[in-house]
Design a protein around this ligand. Sequence first.
Ligand SMILES: [Zn+2]
Ligand SMILES: [Zn+2]
Length: 877
Amino acid sequence: MISGHQIRRQFLEFFARQGHPVVPSASLVPEDDPTLLFTGAGMNQFKDYFLGRRKDLRQAASCQKCFRTPDLEQVGKTASHLTFFEMLGNFSFGGYFKREAIAWGWEFLTKELAIPAEKLWITVYEQDDEALGIWRDVVKVPAGRIVKLGAKDNFWPSNAPADGPNGPCGPCSELHYDYGEPSPGNTCRTNPCRPGCPCGRFVEVWNLVFTQFDRQSDGSLPPLPAKNIDTGMGLERLTAVVNGLRTNFDTDLLKPIVDAVLVETRATTVSPDVKAIADHVRALTMLIAAGVVPSNDGRGYVARMLLRKAARHGRGLGRQEPFLVRLVPAVVSTMAPGYPELAAQRERIAKVVLVEEERYQQTLIEKQPILEGELRKGLTAERAAWLYDTHGLPYEEIEAVAQAARAAMPPRAQFDQALAALQVKSKTASGFSGAVFAQTLTGQIAALGLTTAFVGDAALEGKSKIAAILQDGRPVETLSAPAQALIVLEATPFYGESGGQLGDQGMLTAEDGKLVVEDTKRVDATIVHVVRLVEGRVKVHDPVTAVVDPARRRQVTRNHTATHLLHAALRAILGHQVHQAGSLVAPDRLRFDFTSSEPIAAARLRAIEQQVNGWVLDNVAVQVHHDVPMAKAKELGALMFFGDKYGDRVRVVTISEFSKELCGGTHLKATGEVGVLTIVDEGSVASGVRRIEALTGEAAWAHLKGAEGQLLELAQQLKAPREQLGDAVERLRQQARQLQQELERLTLKNAQQQAQALVAGATMVNGVRVVVQTVPGADMGRLRQLADALRAQSAAGSVVCLGGVADNAVSLVVGTSADLAVRGITAQALIARLAPVLGGRGGGRPDFAQAGGRDPSKLPEALGQVVPLVEELTKGR
Ligand SMILES: [Zn+2]
Ligand SMILES: [Zn+2]
């Protein structure tokens, strides 16, 4: 058996020998691209090279961690579908083309991995005679094993010549492996059986994409000036093929996890449920390692759904209690040879999984009855949306329960619509859907293909030219006031929102127009000003003077440098397992999210604060190193957000020896400019993630002075020196306790006295002593107390009925002595007749009952009925 880890190494070494720099996998979480939830292909991280925006690499090879969910439902049911997988690929950016890509592909599989040549079949695009010729005449694959396919199967993007989109595209050529017979349990009815046949005899191993055309709107395909190669080969499938195995789940990349699932679920066969659990828990581990934490939106939502899906498969196998957490060690040890960084994160990953599993269990226990009730009523899209919004039950969850109960489920689109309507109403739209800018405009901005030079590190003012204007999402040449638009300059001192730091505000002044910059965003290499044209007009190519609001920038910068200090202090005090999980750097505050499974004790929080302020007082220089080779940054030990951010030249910000981070934000010259930092809040934002909110500079000063002012005011009110405030408060509390006890004693005494008076004023009805009384201002508790006192003083044969109104609520209590029960008089019987008069309901024991109402005017009427009622009940008995 050749292990998957060895094949990965062999692949990268092979292409390194062919002159390919080996580039590490990008993070599963593409942090620079808000439109993309997860990295799904090897070429994602090379987008700038493919588009010709970067030219420092001509070719590269990588093994990319990928995560995809479109085929989620298939996972476990088929031999090959996975959510997480690794993709091997070699890439050429305007360098080598078909001939080399084909020859190397063949050589790697047949020589390096020794797959017998006769086991490999080739597909080519039907009009790509060039590729066909290379396979047949250069590689010498017999023509009988080369299959021509149409643009649906062998063109990227699929069917692009006919259907678009416009832009770079091209034919593909695939290498297929021939198992020699249909997959187990299948028969083949196709003649001839060839690649593409559904019988399972052939599996696609490697796809070579030759990006050579630039499709136009009229459907024509002129050649691209720089042709690219983009190949992709799933490591799991390749490992299966090389070892003669039929499914990905039999390879060493998944088999140990499958075995662990069998042990934990006590399942005896490798069923679809078992395979799905193995895939999901592996993907979940990799996602959490990349910094994703289960939550109710964005990436976290996907992780949450994946975990719940796995847990449901477990329930299908009879596992009710959390068990996925026990699979994490198997995943870590299986993946560790390729991803050694997982070992250090094992504890954290396990904790996140456990917390989330327990939360799911809790949700099921609490929400199941509500959900079942709704399903019985017939679930509408509006109710389903309500279940999500109010009870946190996602669509998938509701659907699973509905399916089990064979209940109807509203379609997803209707649910989404209903939810959107609900959230617009309650303004609780999630962060991800709130990023309207990112979703609607990044595409158009990326299409401009503009690179903006950021010159705002050195100066907050500068002269430049308008490179593009976008209005309502479309490029325009001119703009007249009043108008709102997006403007791209050739160079700008404005910082575009990224890395948690908010964008700058300020002014752009052209010869004929004035623009207020309300926000600045960044889309890849393009800095975009969100502007309001307040007077005159501007047009593309106009020279402008750009001026950043200096006060706001200064506050933001102060907070940004402070996050680096906070990060360093957290790691110094809590330990190096602490990782940044997100941040927000605004002018008025900063927020720092980090991984930690437990709350930070107050003493440690103080120590963290003290450490930061110590560094501030030391006034240490902040150094920004531009254009550092990635390898060098790693050597320095610079912290990278999510662990494996890619870029071969990076910007490193260091503060003495204690803080080294990859960072593109703006920074102070020295830590002293922070002034002071004060932590104002610490709490949990998601399982395994804590958040600290802090203030710096003037805001921190104002906060501290405010607190001091409150303290002074308190001291004045309590007439005590500040140092003795604690004692003064303690004295007050003691006094309050004594007064409370005294009050209770007096209240009881008062009730007893009142009771005596009431007993004296009782009415005799057929030998029954009846006390009926309104007690002004008494609530239910007070009435009960009084009734108890009365009953203690009354002999046999007595009825007590008291009413009161407090806070507009009407209360009525009835007590009867036990001996009256034989005469048909019980408190329950009386209250049953009196409660309707109050317009309410009542209840209680035979000797004591109560009722309430909302209409004080009904109380006299109710009390007036007591004596006639006793008369009626006792007549003739
Ligand atoms: Zn077949
Ligand atoms: Zn930073």
